[in-house]
Design a protein around this ligand. Structure first.
Ligand code: SF4
Length: 867
């Protein structure tokens, strides 16, 4: 069977995939060697996409108030409630909250309905949380939201500076490309990040700067460039407008010593970075959420762009500032104007742009001003000003900051519609109407990745149940509201052609985003569309899309972030795990991906942990002024003193705690409205529990009455980590299924072990202890799938009679290779390179996501040997 070429569902790298459909809901995934973004490579998440296309947890039919209904009734209800709300309260009483998971065609239709027909700017997207500071920074500097770089630049750069980016985990294929360039041509790599992440493993230099001091760092670099003749006066004169007193402002507090103090880094390291920058004209500064997700995000973006403009390192091969996006189609959303602050086709709310779009759409009620940005939108909703909300393909009850406020807002909103492929999300619990949308693997349309490459996402599988494409759902609501003639699309190609036409409409070279040549694509040409980058090499001719054709230096100064405060002595940083994606609705279905991190951890410096009486593996409550949540302690020298880190993925669906979304404050950047997820004042305390343990089961119990629990998918079932107070024996009644039981009670240690057999096979096992050891989970998990049931003695002991080697935590999920196996091989065979480990154990030889981890283990072994 011929493979179908499509695009990965996850991050903004936008890797091409070749998918073979091998069964009813079975897909075999491989990288597409012809796709320019990845040239055949995939990371662990992309590699295991095939494990996530089942129908578990899917929303398959429309529902009103929790009861199945027809599409016709659901659409008519949504249209009527929206129309009534507009009539009574005006267009601004309605809001759409959409997603970088939508395809460009879905996004286009949603934006058109809201801004051109409902007549409000109140459509914002979860991309607001991801890269809106980059959008605002680009518009301030270039006049248009243009990313002036491509992945090819990484191949040509002599120096790559990674700022606020754990690239090895969050954009693994880009990281591998950087490492390949480094191996081939000795590219220097500098990482600027408060945490020592796996991205630092192969870096020439890591600057562990104080959280939020990036403006000071970049201003210090700019001052150094000015003092040492690195600034390009000809480029500045010809192509850049410089504000009054721009350079004079750098005379104060931007010298090496002051900058080192502001950033809390050794002056010698800082000087090493500045000298590397000075020596390498071909420099790419790649940045992501560490820069964007800050209440000073836009200034931080402009501080980076300033350096590139001042040194003329833009518009040339291997030289550019490079914002890399988190979501698969954040860039497509930017192109259609999916943010409340932009219009469509890279136009903004300037009168002539509003007039253009109004005329093009023949819009009866055109929005003339920006709408509410995400955080404000939910605040206004809680205050009762938003009366109807449509959430598409996202889960704001988890992902927005101050999630408790968001839940109050959803509860207060009189009418909530959710269109999603997942049946039960923390957000959809508040919805009166649930509309079943297609999932990845069923969708058909286009996405745009971080380097402006438009790729086709193609359907691999038929639509399940009554699920429909997002664009179809929005179109039908628009038609039911009376706008039949403006929403006549029969297929995604119809929408794409209109989008392409709008990009060229009254453009005349004013906006770089112009895909007008695609307006004439036939349906067949659209179906066969090859990945294509718009915009060529932006600014190669030194012209920028501003009225005078010049870019803008923007005066920015370092301001305090109000990180740690007396009552809140720590600063909380948040981010992603290597093998999970957002709120785990897809990656959480994959037992392979769940092996890398089975619980949400709070990473903390060992000395901070000691000061709080916290040991590795303890349960820890993280508290902020907004809320609190529970994580397991992971002591790490990679954390700065006074700073802690938690992952964003866990939700109410997988955990009683571990929800990072409850913790960040809803403070936002004044320009972009992007929340500051990276520096929240916090404190921690050890969570006292009387017992702890775990359950392994083929199916989940209806309820888990423990003080704390987290659950993850494992092969053939689930692993539930537990901790609590009171009589643990009572738990067994609730958690375990019926069946033949073997059990043992250890009165001395307050332990309890019960295995339940059904039809001769293990169906569940519960292990609890007050103060003893718990068995290794992996062997027990494997027993759920074992053809032969282990003996009762083995099950109660939690290990086989003939002991197996302890693999340790899984590092390579593709080949199930554990940390202890790798360390043993490094020690016994003297393996001193990632390649040598790969040759011996296969680890790191498939997707390569674990290569930085292997490098770290080699480094640690080397250090231990030389100590
Ligand atoms: S780097 Fe990984 S998650 Fe991102 S697009 Fe590529 S395969 Fe998907």
């Amino acid at each position: 069977m011929q493979a179908i070429r499509t695009t990965c569902a996850y991050c903004g790298v936008g890797c091409g995939i070749k998918a073979q459909v091998t069964g009813e809901r079975e897909v075999v995934i491989a990288g597409d060697p012809e796709h320019p973004a990845n040239r055949g490579k995939l990371c662990s998440k992309g590699t295991h996409l095939g494990e996530t296309v089942g129908l578990e947890g899917r929303l398959l039919h429309p529902e009103i108030d929790g009861r199945r209904t027809s599409w016709d009734k659901a659409i008519r209800l949504v249209a009527r409630r929206f129309a009534d709300t507009i009539a009574r309260h005006g267009p601004d009483s309605i809001a759409f909250y959409v997603s970088g998971q939508l395809l460009t065609e879905d996004y286009y239709v949603a934006n058109k309905l809201m801004k051109g027909f409902i007549g409000s700017g109140n459509i914002d997207t979860n991309s607001r949380l991801c890269m809106s500071s980059a959008v605002a920074g680009h518009i301030r500097a270039f006049g248009e939201d243009v990313v002036p770089a491509s992945y090819d630049d990484l191949d040509h750069a002599d120096l790559i500076v990674l700022v606020g980016s754990n690239t090895a985990w969050c954009h693994p294929v880009v990281y591998q490309r950087i490492m390949a360039a480094r191996a081939a041509r000795g590219t220097k790599v500098v990482v600027i990040d408060p945490r020592r992440t796996e991205t630092c493993e192969e870096a020439d230099l890591h600057l562990a700067l104080r959280a939020g001091s990036d403006v000071a760092l970049m201003n210090g670099l700019l001052a150094y460039c000015s003092d040492n003749g690195i600034v390009d006066p000809d480029f500045l004169e010809a192509h850049v407008a410089t504000p009054d007193r721009f350079w004079e402002a750098l005379d104060e507090g931007c010298d090496l010593w002051s900058t080192a103090a502001a950033c809390d880094v050794p002056p010698s390291d800082l000087l090493a970075f500045f000298e590397l920058f000075a020596r390498h004209e071909r420099t790419v500064t790649l940045f992501s959420q560490g820069i964007n997700q800050s209440i000073r995000g836009t200034d931080q973006v402009n501080a980076i762009v300033n350096v590139h403009l001042a040194t003329g390192r833009i518009g040339k091969p291997g030289a550019a500032p490079f914002s890399i996006t988190g979501q698969p189609n954040a860039m497509g959303g930017r192109e259609v104007g999916g943010l409340a602050t932009t219009l469509a086709a890279h136009m903004v709310f300037a009168p002539e742009h509003v007039a253009n779009v109004k005329r093009f759409w023949a819009a009866p009620r055109m929005a003339e001003k920006p709408g509410l940005k995400a955080v404000d939108l939910f605040r206004q909703m809680r205050e009762g000003r938003i009366k109807a909300l449509w959430v598409m393909a996202t889960n704001p009850a988890v992902s927005l900051p101050d999630a408790a406020l968001v839940r109050e807002a959803l509860a207060a909103c009189p009418f909530v519609v959710v269109s999603d492929c997942i049946a039960d999300t923390d957000t959809s619990r508040h919805a009166q109407v649930k509309l079943p949308a297609l999932g990845w693997g069923e969708k058909d349309g286009t996405v745009t990745n971080s380097e402006r490459v438009i790729s086709r996402q193609r359907a691999l599988l038929p639509a399940p149940g009554e699920a429909r494409a997002d664009w179809w759902i929005i179109k039908e609501v628009a038609r039911a509201m009376g706008w039949r003639d403006a929403f006549t699309y029969d297929r995604p190609a119809d929408i794409y052609r209109e989008h392409a036409r709008l990009s060229a409409y009254r453009n005349d070279g004013q906006r770089l985003f112009d895909i007008g040549h695609h307006a004439a694509l036939t349906n067949a040409q659209y179906d066969a569309l090859e990945p294509v980058r718009w915009g060529g090499t932006p600014f190669a001719d030194g012209r920028f899309p501003t009225p005078d054709g010049k870019a803008r230096l923007v005066s920015v100064e370092q301001r305090a972030l109000d990180g740690a405060l007396p009552k809140w002595p720590l600063t909380l940083n948040t981010g992603r795990y290597r093998d999970q994606w957002h709120t785990m609705t897809r990656t959480g279905l994959s037992p392979k991906l769940s092996q890398h991190r089975r619980e949400p951890m709070v990473e903390i410096h060992p000395l901070d942990a000691e000061a709080e009486g916290i040991a590795e593996g303890d349960l820890v409550r993280v508290l902020t002024p907004q809320g609190d949540s529970v994580f397991r302690a992971q002591c790490s020298e990679g954390q700065r003193r006074g700073e802690i880190f938690t992952p964003i993925h866990w939700t109410d669906r997988q955990s009683s705690g571990g929800r990072t979304g409850l913790l960040p404050r809803a403070s936002v950047d004044p320009h972009s409205g992007q929340p500051g997820f990276k520096a929240t004042p916090a404190r921690i305390e050890r969570l006292a529990v009387e017992w702890r343990g775990f359950l392994i089961a083929r199916s989940l119990p209806a309820a888990v009455p423990a003080t704390h629990f987290t659950k993850v998918r494992v092969g053939q079932g689930w692993l539930v980590e537990l901790a609590g107070e009171g009589d643990p024996a009572a738990l067994a009644k609730t958690l375990l299924p019926r069946g033949e039981r073997v059990e043992i009670v250890d009165g001395a240690r307050g332990g309890l072990r019960i295995a339940v057999l059904g039809e001769g096979r293990l169906s569940a096992a519960l292990y609890l202890t007050r103060n003893g050891r718990l068995p290794d989970r992996d062997w027990l998990i494997a027993q759920l799938a074992a053809a032969e049931t282990a003996s009762s003695t083995e099950l109660l002991a939690g290990r086989p009679a003939a002991p197996l080697p302890d693999r340790g935590a899984i590092v390579c999920v593709c080949f199930d290779v554990g940390m202890k196996t790798i360390l043993a091989a490094i020690g016994s065979q003297g393996l001193m390179s990632v390649e040598a480990v790969g040759a011996a154990l296969s680890a790191g030889t498939n997707c390569g996501s674990c290569r930085p981890a292997i490098q770290r283990l080699i480094g640690e072994t080397r250090e231990a040997a030389s100590a």
